[in-house]
Design a binder for this molecule. Structure first.
Ligand code: AMP
Ligand code: ZN
Length: 128
């Protein structure tokens, strides 16, 4: 879709910090992270929300989420994960995506924001 920022990222017209990619999804770091390693799992097909999505794509996305959970635990030392999809309200980008927001300390999570200065460092930890 022409005016969609995530479609542009998927096409490569806008750069992204790509963690993982296959034929169906692209996973990249969120530019405005809630915690270190906050990433978005995005289907390559432009779909607005989960109500429009076929079961095969939904299943694949959830397999990728499982793999990303392993990566986030192993490489970043997270102890938990917020798996968030904004539907109906607070969805700023109208291309379906799942936020994976690592949690590092029990009982302290209130959707904080952290610096985006170290995205390259985080990407290196996740992909090297
Ligand atoms: P939502 O409110 O669920 O639609 O969240 C959209 C998310 O996309 C926000 O967390 C933004 O920080 C993130 N975002 C917007 N533009 C970009 C971009 N160019 N690269 C990475 N993440 C982005
Ligand atoms: Zn799109």
């Amino acid at each position: 879709m022409e005016d969609c920022i995530f479609c542009k990222i998927i096409k490569g017209d806008i750069p992204s910090k790509t963690v993982f990619e296959d034929d169906v999804v692209k996973v990249f770091l969120d530019v405005n992270p809630n915690t270190e390693g906050h990433m978005l799992v995005v289907p390559k097909k432009h779909i607005t929300d989960f109500t429009e999505m076929d079961d095969e794509t939904l299943t694949h996305i959830h397999h990728v989420i499982k793999d990303m959970k392993e990566l986030i635990y192993d490489k970043l030392g997270a102890i938990g994960l917020k798996i968030v999809n904004n539907y109906g309200c607070e969805q700023l980008v109208k291309h379906y995506h799942v936020h994976l927001i690592p949690v590092y300390k029990e009982g302290t999570f209130e959707y904080p924001y952290v610096s985006s200065d170290n995205l390259d460092e985080i990407l290196d930890k996740l992909t090297k």
